[in-house]
Each structure stands twice: as structure tokens, then as C-alpha cells.
Ligand binder design. Structure first.
Ligand SMILES: [Zn+2]
Length: 280
């Protein structure tokens, strides 16, 4: 892993604890066209990816990075459409996915998230609380197109949703799926995350019919890679349980997580504590 990605992942992990309190420095963003009317605003690792569905009546957006990325993000969006952003869906409460909410609301964008995510945002005193929340499933219709929101269960946090675009066979997965070389699965135990529930949650997601997947962080990819990630989520638990049963030391388990699952310094001790507690 090179220095930059280590730095970025470290930044991401500190976000799990500190949310919106990172240093406000606009990120270097790139705009990627995925389909005729679907774009992704990507960047080197942090903040999270943004997905845009363009329609003749406005834009549906998934996640909105940090507050300090808002102006750059909007300039980028204005290069592809004059339509207003009608809806932004936060996949979860972390500040690198919901930090633009207050600015968005000032621009008359309706913010949607799970009720659990909204509760976490209240606990963390985050600005821009969602206007509309869902428990398990919602449809967002705009300009003859549709985005379906699903909360299947716990994974990265207890409030993660995926956004499914059935007409486009595309899924915006949020941090339920992080993708790329040496990128770990990020379990936010303080945010209600669960390694044990994660696989079940992904099994529900994988029943949906899609080809393209926008991960929470990393390049746009496909359903095969999401399936691989799901398999790795099982392997993580199996390997940890094996080592606990063999009475391996905490340090040995730590080494295994680093070597086999690319865990990084910031995931210790909270991530390891949570995992051992959950799997005992
Ligand atoms: Zn996150």
C-alpha cells in the first residue's frame, strides 16, 4: 500500500470516530460518466463516492461528501446539467457521505436517509439532519426514472442503505462495500456496525438484479466484486474464530487481520475489540 492510500484510509478511519471534525480541505474530485444519465464523482479514497441520476425534472444524488467539497461538487454537476438537485440520499451518517446536507437544504434539496442514520446524526450533533427518513424501503420517482432505497440490516453501521436504480441495473452501495487494493472492510462498532450481520445484509442486497456497483470508496465496479467482498466477510469471521478457538494471542489475531484482510492501524483497538466481543 502506498503512502497516499495509507494516509487516506487512516483519514477515513478517523472519520468513523470523529465524523465531521476532519480538517476542511476540498478534495480533488473527478467526474466519471457511468451511463448516459448516471455519473459518479470520485476522488482518491476520502471522501466517499457520489452517484448522480440526471432526469428532465431534476437530479437524484446519492451521498454528498464533506461540506467543504460542496462548491467544487456543484461546479462539476453544473457542467453536465442545469437541473436542480431534487433529492440527496445519504447511505449512512458519516460526515464524508452526509457533510453537504446543510448546504443542500439551503439550495432546496430534500435530504433522505434511514431513521437510524438520522438518529446517529443527532447524537453526533451533525448539521443538515435528513428531512425524510425510511425504515426499510422507499421509492424516489423523478422525471420518469426511479431510485429504490433499501435498508436490509446492520453492516458498516446500523443505518446503512443501498440505492438501487432498477432501470440502470446499478447499485450505489455506500460503505457496505469498500473496494480496491488493500482496502479493508470497515466496521463502525460505535455506529452500530456488525461483522456478523454484514454477510446476511449483503445476501439480501445480492438478490437485487444489477450489474454495476458504485462502492462507498474506490472505483466503480460490478456485482462479481461485491460477491467476492461478501465471501471475504465470511472468511474474516471464520479466520478470527479459528484463532480464538486455538487460543491465539490478541497480537497474533491483530497480525492476521493486517496480513490477510488489510486492516490498518486505525482499526485498532476499537475494531478488534468489537470483532472479538461479537464473535466470542
Ligand atoms: Zn462510512
Amino acid at each position: 500500500m502506498n503512502f497516499l492510500s495509507k494516509f487516506c484510509i487512516a483519514t477515513l478511519m478517523s472519520l468513523l470516530a470523529t465524523l465531521t471534525y476532519a480538517q476542511p480541505q476540498p478534495s480533488e474530485l473527478s467526474l466519471i460518466q457511468v451511463q448516459d444519465d448516471i455519473y459518479v464523482i470520485n476522488n482518491p479514497f476520502v471522501p466517499g463516492n457520489v452517484t448522480l441520476l440526471l432526469t428532465d425534472e431534476g437530479v437524484i444524488m446519492v451521498d454528498n461528501k464533506f461540506a467543504w467539497d460542496y462548491d467544487n461538487m456543484m461546479t462539476m454537476i453544473r457542467s453536465i446539467t442545469d437541473q436542480p438537485i431534487k433529492y440527496v440520499i445519504n447511505t449512512h451518517y458519516h460526515g464524508d457521505h452526509s457533510g453537504g446536507n446543510a448546504r443542500a437544504q439551503a439550495d432546496d434539496t430534500l435530504v433522505i436517509a434511514s431513521e437510524n442514520a438520522r438518529l446517529k446524526m443527532i447524537e453526533a450533533n451533525q448539521p443538515g439532519l435528513p428531512d425524510v427518513t425510511l425504515d426499510e424501503h422507499a421509492f424516489v420517482h423523478l422525471g420518469g426514472k426511479v431510485a429504490e432505497i433499501f435498508r436490509f440490516g446492520r453492516s458498516h453501521t446500523d443505518g446503512d442503505v443501498v440505492v438501487y436504480f432498477p432501470q440502470h441495473r446499478l447499485l450505489a452501495a455506500g460503505d457496505m462495500f469498500t473496494f480496491g487494493e488493500d482496502v479493508p472492510q470497515l466496521i463502525d462498532y460505535a455506529g452500530g456496525g456488525s461483522a456478523r450481520a454484514w454477510t446476511r445484509t449483503l445476501d439480501e442486497v445480492l438478490r437485487l438484479d444489477f450489474d454495476t456497483v458504485v462502492p462507498g470508496h474506490g472505483p466503480v465496479t460490478n456485482k462479481v466484486e461485491l460477491t467476492n467482498f461478501r465471501d471475504d466477510s465470511i472468511r474474516l469471521r471464520v479466520r478470527t474464530r479459528e484463532m480464538v478457538a486455538a487460543e491465539s494471542s490478541r497480537d497474533e489475531i491483530r497480525e492476521m487481520l493486517i496480513n490477510e484482510f488489510h486492516w490498518i492501524d486505525m482499526q485498532f483497538p476499537a475494531g478488534l475489540n468489537g470483532l472479538l466481543l461479537e464473535l466470542q
